[in-house]
Design a protein around this ligand. Structure first.
Ligand code: KIV
Length: 285
């Protein structure tokens, strides 16, 4: 069957039919092409780009312009996956007008299909305004890395009955505000299960156990390209950093020994052309 672009309607069908939704992050053209070719349903241009690509200590410093730059590259490499741009810290908090304007940039400048906002009660107004502007919104609850200092670090959220109840209530509010799905990050598996069963929109888990309607991972974590900090929930499917490092070391060694470039990796010229060249050179002297 010919592959078609993944849409929000496919997301709903998958939840209804109990089929798992797949999502990964991408930040550039080559990685987007691979994620798309693997058949992943949705690609998130996450503000995690700040940590895993740009080398910041957190996602807080990431700017709108940086996000748009990366989202454009990902768009060029994405044909079928549903593409979501992650709204960076302070791009949706100041006013609903600014939130709508910045959300619009992801669609108009980068060709994204939707945006993601972190938070619950505090982002309901912005979510409603963005949805009313015709822009689909993905919610994000539990561990919200942009407000990590308020949460007291990268900690599992909703571990008490009270904490879990708050996440559940906020998820219901985000659903009412018009979110098409909600990311649940670092919450206990049974809390994620309860929320998933209560919502009619899909949940996408990251460190939230197996009961969510779908899963997302930061691609650079799962391919072993970022090991400054590897969260417990990350499974490394390949270890690219080891393979790349081996390649770099071999290249250095071969260049230093004169093994590379060899004949196979050089361009040839016919002997007679070299002779002509030598004669021309002599005449000029
Ligand atoms: O920025 C990001 O990559 C995210 C995912 C962890 C969901 O928000």
């Amino acid at each position: 069957m010919e592959r078609k672009k993944f849409m929000i309607t496919d997301l709903r069908t998958k939840k209804r039919d109990g089929k798992k939704i797949t999502m990964l992050t991408a930040y550039d053209y080559p990685m987007a092409r691979l994620v798309d070719e693997a058949g992943i349903d949705m690609i998130l241009v996450g503000d995690s780009v700040g940590m895993v690509v740009l080398g910041y200590d957190s996602t807080v410093p990431v700017t709108m312009d940086e996000m748009i730059h990366h989202a454009k590259a990902v768009r060029r490499g994405t044909k079928y996956a549903f593409l979501i741009g992650d709204m960076p810290f302070m791009s949706y908090q100041v006013s609903t007008e600014e939130a709508v304007r910045n959300a619009g940039r992801f669609l108009k400048e980068a060709g994204c299909d939707a945006v993601k906002l972190e938070g619950g009660d505090e982002v309901i107004d912005a979510t409603i305004a963005i949805v009313n502007a015709g822009i689909p919104v993905l919610g994000h609850l539990g561990l919200t890395p942009q407000t990590i200092s308020k949460l007291g670090g990268f900690k599992v959220q909703g571990k008490t009955a009270e904490g879990a109840q708050k996440i559940l209530e906020e998820a219901m509010k985000l659903q009412r505000a018009g979110c098409f799905a909600i990311v649940l990050e670092c919450v206990p598996d049974l809390v994620a299960k309860m929320i998933t069963e209560k919502l009619s929109i899909p949940t996408i888990g990251i460190g939230a156990g197996p009961h969510c309607d779908g899963q997302v991972l930061v691609t650079n974590d799962m391919v072993g390209l970022y090991d400054r900090f590897v969260p417990k929930f990350v499974k490394q499917y390949v270890k690219l950093s080891t393979a790349i490092l081996e390649g770099f070391k071999k290249y250095k060694d071969e260049v230093e020994k004169g093994v590379y470039p060899d004949k196979e990796h050089s361009f040839a010229i016919k002997e007679e052309e070299i002779d002509k060249l030598k004669k021309t050179k002599k005449r000029k002297n």
